[in-house]
Design a protein around this ligand. Sequence first.
Ligand code: C5P
Length: 392
Amino acid sequence: MEPKHILIVVTGGIAAYKACDLTSRLSKTGHEIRVVMTDHATKFVTPLTFESLCHKPVLTTLFEDHPEDPIAHVNLAKWADTVCVVPATANIIGKIAHGIADDLASTVCLAAFRQRILCPAMNVHMYENPAVQDNLDLLRSRGWQVLEPVSGHLACQDEGKGKLPDVETIAEVILSSLQEKPLAGKRVVVTAGPTQEALDPVRFISNHSTGKQGYAIAKAARDMGADVTLITGPVALPAPWGMEVVPVVSALDMFEAVKARAGADVFVLAAAVSDFRPAQVADQKIKKRDAALVTELEPNPDILAWLGEHKKPGQKLVGFAMETQNLETNARHKLEAKNCDLLVANDLFMPGAGFGTDTNVVLFITPRETRRLEKTTKEELGFRILKEALTC
Ligand code: C5P
């Protein structure tokens, strides 16, 4: 992505200290960051803290601290690709909702016209006050994205909804707002992770999939504007924000969840589905013994092949192939057998590819061609797969 302009507006709540960490993280992304503070915010954190983190002057007044630019409020709003108010107090929310512009922060917010995000943080009773809730609804209806606070122990000693979400999530929401939205209006279903096939109440058959690649694809689809459903086997990753997350355990569960969404526009099946499941699931724990244990396995349905058979006009189907030999031949066979538009193939033994790594090395196989991609992060590959799916 080209470097973009992010304006952080800090208002006067104790969570202002978290805006420092946010500024620090964002300034490492290559984007340009500017910070505006309200007078009350400067009581919690100093402008110098933010200046040191974003390497730009921090403005706090309409005129006094920047005599060289008397219309800084308009110029900053024009400059910003995204304005994010963090933390947003009840006061700034009320002012923006009702068109009050009596300091630099509120004036910039009213002048902003591209991506606008609010991160409310306050006492739970203030947050639940109908005045604040109505103001937030009004702002949502006018195009502001509201990142709701989370519940927990608040600085005022109350328990409840009012804490800022973690800084990593806020950074992701801001970075997501900067992406182009070629998938706006499209429904994308992604499967991720392994499946677990029960042998008895304590044991299962599974594989080493961590879900990293599937989760990265689902996040990329969200950032590209799609309405995303992530159908995920059991993994250790946190549920991503901004999408429907459907946790499943077995291949049969995953199959049902996919079939229920069979009308989606794009399917990316990145899950490592177990090909077999035990024919009998013992209802009690199988006891240890000296003799060999023989159990019969029966095949699971092939979800991708089912989607290929029932493909609707215009639907795009992306499958994965992880192989340990004859990668290209096996993957092209899969593309044809499962009626896919794109097959993403990787070799388990290739350095930088496979389970649990942060990078991947893949071939893109389409009905027309085979292309080898350079080693790339799983995040970046998520975007490339979706862009390819739109054009292939
Ligand atoms: O044939 P193979 O299992 O190698 O194909 C892998 C591709 O098929 C992946 O996209 C995987 O998610 C999908 N798959 C499936 N249902 C299965 C097995 C694999 O959807 N039962």
